[in-house]
Design a protein around this ligand. Structure first.
Ligand code: PEP
Length: 255
């Protein structure tokens, strides 16, 4: 199955508007030259406007890091899918930091994924087990449940699965410098995520959906992940703030 690789950079709660402008101007020339890969950057909400104008005319796409599921209303501090869609093509949903620190449940993630789809946004839906779950041999159960519940009831109007992206991010690998082995990550995608997608959407659609790996990916180790048949790219945290690393990762995916 020919799935176009995708690399997305999650800047998390970093970068003022001035910092964001500086980083993007340094990154764009190197990223632009990489072809055959979808390149996405996900700054904080406050920098979306500035970054979107800097990306005009480039082939680099913009994503948000979160959103609420309602379109508008009395939800102080939240940002709606309509607002995200003013600037972005993508939105990261269900990141483990949202689940752990802000109490997001699989049901919440599901509402957000549905809302993203109905507003023409491509969700990057994060799933992954904690260290305790990993050590307790519960990876398969946890990840299977997150995929099934997070994506339940989703309908692909145009029959194109490429606008849904799943990111497998073992939580014990995020920001720790300890990446999963590429083989283990590939196995979780092949044995858990893909079968869950087949149950949800049927064989032909399931194989069109891109699955990324996330967790301590850097310029050095990215290539080994992308050589795995089930890994279609990466969701990158820390290294997405480093110009050289992020360009190296994108370049590895492009090849
Ligand atoms: C992430 O936060 O999604 C992530 C993968 O972070 P890092 O690359 O820093 O491990």
């Amino acid at each position: 199955m020919n799935r176009k690789p995708l690399v997305a950079g999650n800047w998390k709660m970093n970068m003022t508007v001035a910092d964001a402008r500086h980083l993007v101007s340094e990154m764009v020339p190197g990223l632009q030259s990489k072809v055959g890969v979808d390149k996405v950057i996900c700054p904080p909400h406050t920098a979306l406007l500035a970054v979107s104008s800097l990306l005009e005319g480039s082939d680099i796409l913009l994503g948000a890091q979160n959103m609420y599921w309602e379109s508008s209303g009395a939800y102080t501090g939240e940002i709606s899918p309509i607002m995200v869609a003013e600037y972005c093509e993508f939105v990261i949903l269900g990141h483990s930091e949202r689940r752990a620190y802000f109490g997001e449940t699989d049901k919440d993630v599901n509402r957000k994924v549905q809302a993203a789809f109905s507003h023409g946004l491509s969700p990057i839906v994060c799933v992954g087990e904690s260290l305790e779950e990993y050590e307790g041999d519960r990876t398969y159960d946890v990840v299977f449940r997150q995929v099934k519940m997070g994506l339940d009831g989703l309908e692909f109007e145009d029959g194109d699965g490429s606008n849904l992206i799943v990111a497998y991010e073992p939580i014990w690998c995020i920001g720790t410098g300890r990446a999963a082995t590429p083989e283990d990550a590939n196995k979780v995608v092949a044995d858990v995520i893909r079968p869950a997608l087949v149950e949800l959407f049927g064989e032909s659609m399931a194989y069109k959906i891109r699955v990324l790996y996330g967790g301590s990916v850097n310029g050095e180790n990215a290539r080994e992940f992308f050589e795995q048949p089930e890994i279609d790219g990466a969701l990158v945290g820390g290294a997405s703030l480093k110009v050289t690393d992020y360009i190296q990762i994108t370049s590895a995916a492009a090849n």
